[in-house]
Design a protein around this ligand. Structure first.
Ligand code: GLY
Length: 385
């Protein structure tokens, strides 16, 4: 981070201003925004689009994902979700691409009385934060989505939680970044010293741990894709999420007939798909929406979310390395946090000054021991060191 002006000095024509490590949505959006501001940008990734976003459902859900004890994260999620309409419009304008951005909102449901009790505590917490969660009677729920199972006990509406299709978003971001002048280099970066740029942005998801020593760990998610028969759209239009006999589940309908059904949350680093997870997800999905039993099961896959000790992203300069910016650890929220991450990191590259919004998410909240030789961290009180 140099606080340089937007025009490049003539003595330094070849060296990139910014090297982004990672061509997922976060890295590409940063590359797009930086290149659009006149910076010379290269993006390094040996396998672009092979990370968590290739698996992600694409829910833009700051309200439904507002969870106990994560107030600052919720504020960042809300701020980023508020940028999504403009971000989506600018991306479509820059590329002509349909990114599957849909604004029907999210229905929150509980299948059984116990599910409703558990969900109700969370909805009350969310309402207490002033978030738009409106309780619905069972008849109101079914008026909105007649395909819901009759035995769904109750629910609520989160009208501002939307969706985008990450499998359309990613190529659109790649096109936008390249059209703005960013250069994609299909090579791995194994050490930060492999990179020669004024500023390096590490947006490598779980790979950020090995590069930076930051405490980013893989959190496995298994997820299914189903398809409505005969090429018709699914028989529901909201994102639906909730609990079915204790199983947290979400269902994301796409206009082309696809339904994304997810997801497990496992402290594992493999990407195998297990019969038990597929069974649990299908059972929960079909219990909420019986018509899914007639759909084609077209994909069962697992991805690795980049988790952090406090579930919040790590954004900003590494301690003692103002030339290396982290943009990682987005865990369950990479897609919704893409616009704000790109904007704040781009501003940081240009000004050298972290926006106040970044304060709770700076890397220095995790102090990495200089002689640890790697990403190991230890818990000390409620801080990691
Ligand atoms: N954001 C949904 C998930 O991580 O499964």
């Amino acid at each position: 981070m140099t606080g340089r002006s937007e025009s490049a000095p003539s003595s330094d024509r070849v060296r990139p201003d910014v090297a982004v490590v990672g061509a997922g949505p976060i890295g590409l959006a940063i590359a797009w925004r930086c290149a659009a501001r006149g910076l010379r940008v290269v993006v390094h990734d040996p396998a672009p689009g092979s990370g968590a976003s290739a698996v992600a459902a694409g829910m833009l859900a700051p309200v439904a994902e507002a969870y106990f004890g994560e107030r600052q994260l919720t504020e960042l999620l809300l701020a980023s979700a508020a940028r999504w309409p403009t971000f989506a419009a600018e991306l479509t304008e820059a590329t002509g691409a349909d990114i599957g951005y849909r604004t029907e909102g999210t229905l929150l449901v509980g299948l059984t009385g116990d599910d409703l009790a558990e969900a109700g505590r969370l909805w009350a917490y969310q309402q207490g934060l002033g978030l738009p969660v409106t309780l619905l009677r069972p008849t109101e729920l079914r008026d909105r989505e007649p395909a819901l199972a009759p035995r769904v006990r109750g629910g609520a509406l989160a009208p501002t939680d939307h969706q985008v299709d990450p499998r359309l978003l990613l190529p659109a971001l790649r096109t936008a970044a390249q059209r703005a002048g960013a250069v994609l280099v299909p090579q791995a970066v194994r050490l930060l010293s492999d990179v020669d740029a004024r500023v390096t942005v590490v947006a490598a998801g779980c790979g950020a741990a090995a590069l930076t020593g930051l405490p980013v760990r893989p959190v496995k998610g298994q997820i299914l894709r189903l398809r409505a028969p005969d090429g018709v759209a699914p028989g529901f239009r909201h994102v639906i999420r909730g609990y079915a006999d204790g199983e947290p589940v979400y269902l994301v309908p796409r206009a082309d007939g696809e339904v994304v059904l997810g997801a497990t949350v496992e402290e594992r680093s493999d990407t195998t798909v297990t019969a038990g997870a597929v069974q649990r997800l299908l059972r929960a999905g079909v219990d909420l929406l019986p018509e899914l039993a007639e759909y084609d099961l077209v994909e069962a896959v697992a991805g690795l979310r980049p988790g952090t000790p406090d579930n919040a992203p790590i954004l900003g300069p590494l301690p003692g390395r103002p030339d290396v910016l982290a943009a990682t650890g987005h865990h369950r929220h990479g897609i919704v946090l893409t616009p704000i991450t790109a904007d704040l990191i781009t501003d940081l590259v240009l000004t050298g000054v972290p926006d106040p919004l970044l304060a709770p998410f700076l890397p220095d909240r995790f102090v990495v021991a200089a002689d640890s030789g790697g990403p190991e961290t230890t818990m000390e009180g409620d801080r990691w060191s």
